[in-house]
Design a binder for this molecule. Sequence first.
Ligand SMILES: [Zn+2]
Length: 163
Amino acid sequence: MTTRTRVPALGAEGWFTPDADEPTLLGQQCTTCGTYAFPKAAYGCPNPACLGTEFHEVPLSRQGTVWSYTDARYQPPPPYVVPTAEHVPFAIAAVHLAAEGLVVMGQVVAGVSVDDLHVGQQVELVVDVLFSDDDVDHLIWKWKPVSGTGTGPDAGPGTEESN
Ligand SMILES: [Zn+2]
């Protein structure tokens, strides 16, 4: 019996908690002005009005709302690794985290297409396999619709197509 090793994919060590039951992205909060950053800011605070250079590492909200979305009809260039023999289109969502004021891109879990997504939809963070080789699963965060919150663009009165 072999045990598969799980590692963050493509240099994303420290970007998220890969093995938690309720995984989170790991961002930074400026100790001077409270602005959040993800990925972690390499130099200084992303707030142009702030000269802060010290940050706390903070877990980001596990849920957010879809701000925009699209799908990858074409195979992305390297370092993307095609997980299957042939490129299978997948959805990508930009998700607004209200508490942090951030928009975080990510793949949407397999089985969910752009037809299943709409702006304002509630999604949550999951950790999933991006690709596998030998005994190693390379992990990345993905967005997954929260079940029971809206079923599509026609979920209620007053909703507008905005894509
Ligand atoms: Zn700051």
